[in-house]
Design a protein around this ligand. Structure first.
Ligand code: SF4
Ligand code: SF4
Length: 108
């Protein structure tokens, strides 16, 4: 197998396993605001214009960052620190929990 094919295969596998973490709740595809206490509030009356509320799918997923300049990639940094992801986001639950475990382990 050529090196490029190996890299492509590895990248596809890595991307797929990352995307599989998402539980498709769609909450990151709605307008968000901060209330007066600084708490994230998701406005369920205002979905992104590319979001299909019935199927919970993005209509432009493969080109989402080109079609919507406000669409943000969810990577490990966002999973750990971004304020715009809800606490119930599968990435937040998975990675912030790991961060807490590491903190606990370091404090022992
Ligand atoms: S909030 Fe998190 S789990 Fe929900 S759709 Fe967005 S990335 Fe996926
Ligand atoms: S463009 Fe981005 S914010 Fe809009 S529906 Fe697609 S993934 Fe969600």
């Amino acid at each position: 197998m050529k090196i490029l094919e190996i890299i492509k295969k590895w990248y596809r596998k890595k991307t797929k396993s990352w995307d599989d973490i998402c539980n498709r709740c769609g909450l990151c595809c709605y307008e968000k605001e901060e209330n007066s206490s600084g708490v994230l509030v998701i406005n369920l009356k205002k979905p992104c214009s590319f979001y299909n509320v019935s199927t919970r799918e993005c209509l432009v997923f493969d080109n989402r960052f080109k079609k919507n300049r406000r669409c943000r990639k969810v990577g490990i940094f966002q999973a750990l620190f971004s304020a715009y992801l809800p606490d119930s986001c599968a990435y937040v639950l998975k990675y912030r929990a790991k961060m807490e475990l590491i903190k606990d382990w370091r404090n022992k």
